[in-house]
Design a protein around this ligand. Structure first.
Ligand code: NAD
Length: 330
């Protein structure tokens, strides 16, 4: 049995419940907490492996994170930012696990320089994000559920930009809705997956955008993809087209998006990740743009629990057995 330490940032007090066997501590630090049941199961996994589990939730000040991480060997986060400052404050830190797919909130260079392993939990929230992408597509096709004649998605062409964990599920659901599904992802090693899934592989992003009524974006935010979806690409889309973005706001060139929405009054944009200029988009383009109030792609009880449990298991497996299977900073 390990130690369960709960930290209440309001009262600034810790509660210690068990004894540790390994002397190692794993901090779960979440501005936006995991579901309660997920936290209970995560602490059981950590404490059950003989590690100390500590919890910092809903922290409002970076100083609270810097203080809590000071003696942590492992750190589990959600969208929390792990900056150079956090790395410097965590002299014992060996592993950071981002419970989720994207890890652009972690300063990989700072972690790598300190030999800190960074992992994500791929696939754990993919279904939740895929369902949201499909929901947004139908929402836009039906005029945001307001009076007026909408259109059906069945028979339309759906383009999946990046065929990873989320993209491949969106493809499956698109097919179930009777859509013709296309995909572009030059990094898929086994190209036979497209034929197996009944998906037509596009030769380029240009070809994908030019041929599809709906594009669902699933590229990660990297140096190569940042602001890569702009006017040039979007203007290739056919009349009445819609772009659905459940990936990251950074991958869209916002000025190019404004140009497209201005010139093409038939074009619509729905996003789970509000643009920096979302206020302007809403004001200028009204019902043709939609942004979730808060990023909610992974906000389901199921995804929350799956990602949290995977993060706890991966952290323990690395600290005790050195398993680096999901390391992203190799
Ligand atoms: P994944 O790692 O399983 O798949 C990413 C895919 O992108 C891979 O197949 C890769 O080959 C492809 N890719 C990379 N660069 C590309 C490029 N330049 N052009 C085309 N394809 C490219 O990730 P995933 O689980 O499918 O998630 C995709 C993205 O969705 C994440 O990176 C994350 O940013 C975002 N996401 C958002 C939410 C949310 O709450 N809205 C939740 C989870 C993930």
């Amino acid at each position: 049995m390990g130690v369960l330490v709960t930290y209440n940032p309001k009262k600034q007090e810790k509660t210690v419940n068990f004894l540790t066997l390994t002397g190692m501590k794993v901090l779960i630090a979440t501005e936006k907490p995991f579901a309660k049941t997920a936290v209970e199961s995560m602490t059981k996994i950590i404490a059950g492996a003989g590690l100390e589990a500590a919890l910092l939730e809903k922290y409002t000040d970076r100083a609270q994170l810097l203080s809590a991480v000071a003696d942590a060997d492992g750190l589990i986060i959600r969208s929390d930012k792990v900056t150079q400052e956090v790395v410097e404050a965590a002299s014992r830190l060996k592993i950071v696990v981002r419970a989720g797919a994207g890890y652009d909130n972690v300063d990989l260079a700072a972690c790598t320089a300190r030999d800190i392993v960074v992992m994500n939990t791929p696939g754990q929230n993919s279904n939740a994000v895929a369902e949201l992408a499909i929901g947004m597509m139908i929402y836009m096709a039906r005029n945001r559920f307001t009076p007026g004649t909408g259109s059906e998605v069945s028979g339309k062409k759906l383009g999946i930009h990046a065929y990873g964990n989320v993209g491949s599920i969106v493809a499956r659901y698109g097919k179930a809705l009777g859509m013709k599904v296309y995909a572009y992802d030059p990094f898929v090693a086994d190209k036979s997956v497209f034929a197996r899934d009944g998906v037509v592989e596009a030769a380029s992003a240009d070809e994908l955008y030019a041929g599809c009524d709906y594009i669902s974006l699933h590229i990660p935010a990297t140096e190569q993809t940042r602001r890569s979806i702009g006017y040039e690409l979007l203007s290739k889309m056919p009349r009445g087209a819609t772009l659905i973005n459940t990936a990251r706001k950074e991958v869209v060139d916002e000025q190019g998006l404004v140009q497209m929405l201005t010139e093409r009054t038939d074009f619509k944009y729905a996003t789970d990740v509000a643009a920096d200029i979302q206020g302007l988009l809403d004001e200028k383009f009204g019902a043709r743009v939609f942004a979730s109030e808060k990023k909610m792609g992974a906000e389901t009880a199921e995804a929350n629990i799956n990602a949290g449990l995977a993060a706890a298991s991966q952290t323990v497996d690395f600290l005790l057995n050195g398993n680096r299977k999901f390391q992203v900073n190799k």
